[in-house]
Design a binder for this molecule. Structure first.
Ligand code: SF4
Ligand code: SF4
Length: 383
């Protein structure tokens, strides 16, 4: 009897998850194909359908299993890898090299990325000039479209952008999952304020020098996209900084701490996104009546957004990227996705379903292009 009830329960939950997944299936199909899949080129047709089905399978599994983070992370990490592949591939085609020179910078032949946004703010406000807007290499989204997308996502998701939209975040997210246990257990969470200092420094130096200081000197992701030709002591110093920051904050520290250290300690855009968490409709809430203060959530949070003191007060800090890791880990289901204005502990399923639909759709649409592109490249190599 128990077995029959279990099977009936599974079938019900399967049907319900399928129903929840149907809107994503239809809308992502429209976005990816424009309603008319084109199979005139078999490699691109196959890549498109494989990615479409894979993305929708992940979304279905989020509903069916009730777990969020592991399926989000799969797409998020593949997104980061395929974006780097696509950028490098396009740059090799366009300029036959992964490196750029000063002339490329002056002619804005460097692909635009969202990390540039903090450098544009002060110069745009005070000098009415936008420095280093970058250019479109290999047919990427145009600059204004990308700024509008980032702004829209940030206003809706807040720092959720860092776990559902950023095409670099998957790098340290991925490396933070390599080990099962943390080799370094103690790491001061005061470092989480560092991105605000970086943000201020980048905005001021970019405004004073009208040069892209973060891109020129700090960005660790230069190591996996493009880098300045090493022709002088200055360019060698820059290359050393890029590689050290990538190695340290994106690879080694995430592996040792199971935390996303680049996002937590350096990224200036993460600082802006954190501030936007104050106004976004979607939040993560703690139901104090259900919480037993076991602090499993504090342990697993990759972005130092939770503390024991905060849990006692029922507070999630502004550093939360809404990744869902703490929600999956909580044995009492006391921490959950919520909507501003709705009390903690109520309408949990509705809030989760709505948040997942919005955030996953954003990631699916944004990530599919580079993933399809990468898969096409792999298919071409095989056939
Ligand atoms: S994991 Fe759940 S029960 Fe434990 S402290 Fe966090 S919210 Fe409370
Ligand atoms: S508080 Fe939870 S949802 Fe927010 S970043 Fe930490 S683990 Fe992710």
């Amino acid at each position: 009897m128990d077995n029959i009830l279990t099977i009936v329960g599974m079938q019900k939950s399967f049907g319900k998850s399928l129903l929840y997944s149907l809107p994503m299936f239809l809308i992502s199909f429209m976005f990816l194909t424009g309603g008319r899949p084109d199979f005139s080129n078999p490699a691109s047709g196959i890549a498109l359908m494989v990615v479409f089905l894979f993305v929708n399978l992940l979304y279905f599994l989020m509903h069916y299993t009730g777990k969020t983070d592991r399926f989000r992370a799969v797409l998020f990490i593949i997104f980061a890898l395929s974006l780097s592949y696509t950028l490098i591939h396009n740059m090799l085609e366009v300029r036959k090299s992964m490196s750029f020179n000063q002339a490329d910078i002056l002619e804005c032949k460097i692909p635009f990325c969202h990390l540039v946004i903090p450098m544009m703010l002060l110069p745009a406000a005070f000098t009415k000039s936008i420095i280093f807007p970058g250019s479109i290499i290999g047919g990427f989204a145009n600059i204004s479209a990308m700024v509008v997308l980032w702004l829209g996502a940030t206003l809706v998701l807040g720092r959720g952008f860092c776990s559902w939209g950023c095409f670099y975040g998957g790098w340290d997210d991925g490396f933070s999952r390599v080990r099962k246990r943390r080799a370094i257990k103690q790491i001061s969470d005061l470092w989480k304020w560092m991105p605000f200092a970086v943000l201020l420094m980048v905005m001021l130096t970019a405004a004073l020098s009208l040069t892209p200081t973060y891109c020129s000197w700090i960005c660790p992701f230069k190591a996996v996209t493009e880098f300045e030709q090493v022709t002088s002591v200055e360019s060698a110093t820059k290359a050393g900084i890029f590689l050290s920051l990538f190695g340290g904050l994106v690879v080694v520290l995430p592996v040792m701490t199971r935390k996303r250290t680049q996002c937590s300690f350096l990224c200036p855009l993460g600082a802006i996104s954190s501030l936007s968490n104050k106004i976004t409709p979607f939040t993560v809430k703690i139901d104090k009546t259900a919480c037993t203060e076991c602090y499993k959530c504090v342990e697993v949070c990759p972005l130092f957004a939770l503390s024991k003191e905060g849990i006692k007060e029922g507070e999630v800090s502004l550093f939360c990227s809404k990744c869902g890791k703490c929600i999956d880990a909580c044995p009492k289901k006391a921490i959950h996705y919520g909507i501003r204005g709705i009390p903690a502990g109520t309408m949990k399923n509705f809030s989760r379903n709505l948040f997942l639909f919005v955030s996953f759709l954003f990631m699916a649409v944004f990530s599919s292009g580079p993933i399809i592109n990468t898969l096409q490249g792999v298919l071409k190599l095989i056939f």
